[in-house]
Design a protein around this ligand. Structure first.
Ligand code: DX5
Ligand code: ZN
Length: 220
């Protein structure tokens, strides 16, 4: 069965107080912590890498859902595994020629592999990764162009979520970008079960309420 996972995006947190921000989100009911790793090359923004994951890991046992918006994800497998990452989601756009090796290495290192796709990337491109003998365990459908928090949800991306849910009834399908109380129903009814939310959670007066609204909207 698909289980709802609510994953606040720590990109919207106060990075100077990451441990307490993480603790607060878990106390408010978060299941996962979504960690946006950017290299300033795959996307025009630069965030955090393995050293910060390693520091945060010392303060929490939480599932660290790492989203790699980087050009060379292979280079991050070993450092992120050592740092204590839980999920390792790479972008299909950069890994067309070596995803089998990448998925294998992610698993060997004890992390959970996922594949992400940008709004312009056809959903068919991830089918082989879900169906292979060494499959990914999650598909992340980007609902904004990757790179920045606080952007507007793109409803047209829901066709991809619907297609994936129809084909793979028990797959973890994550949505990321512009999710909050006003857009969650579109994502949940399309079939998404892992919900990333940055600005809608961190910008709220009562983040716990937003997390609980998101959770109630996802059908498990
Ligand atoms: C964007 C990141 C997202 C981002 C979401 O490239 O992948 O995880 O932090 O932030 P919101 O929820 O504000 O769109
Ligand atoms: Zn993300």
């Amino acid at each position: 069965a698909v289980v709802a996972k609510i994953a606040p995006s720590m990109l919207s947190s106060d990075f100077a107080n990451l441990a307490s921000e993480a603790e607060r989100m878990l106390r408010f009911g978060a299941d996962w912590l979504h960690m946006d790793i950017m290299d300033g090359h795959f996307v025009p923004n630069l965030t955090i890498g393995a050293p910060v994951i390693e520091s945060l890991r010392k303060h929490t046992k939480a599932y660290l859902d790492c989203h790699l918006m980087v050009t060379n994800p292979l280079d991050y497998v070993e450092p992120l595994a050592k740092a204590g990452a839980s999920g390792f989601t790479f972008h299909v756009e950069v890994a067309k020629d070596y995803w089998q090796d990448l998925v294998h290495q992610i698993k060997v290192k004890g992390m959970r592999p996922g594949v992400a796709l940008k709004p312009g990337t056809p959903v068919e491109e991830v089918y082989p990764l879900v169906e292979g003998e060494n499959p990914v365990e999650m598909v992340l459908v980007m609902t904004v162009e990757p790179g920045f928090g606080g952007q507007k949800f793109m409803p047209e991306t829901m066709d991809k979520v619907r297609a994936l849910r129809k084909k793979y009834p028990s797959l973890d399908i994550e949505v990321d970008g512009g999710l909050g109380p006003s857009t969650i129903d579109m994502a949940a009814s399309a079939g998404a079960n892992c919900i990333v939310a940055g600005s809608s959670v961190f910008g709220a007066k009562e983040p716990a309420n937003v997390i609980s609204i998101l959770r109630k909207s996802v059908r498990d």
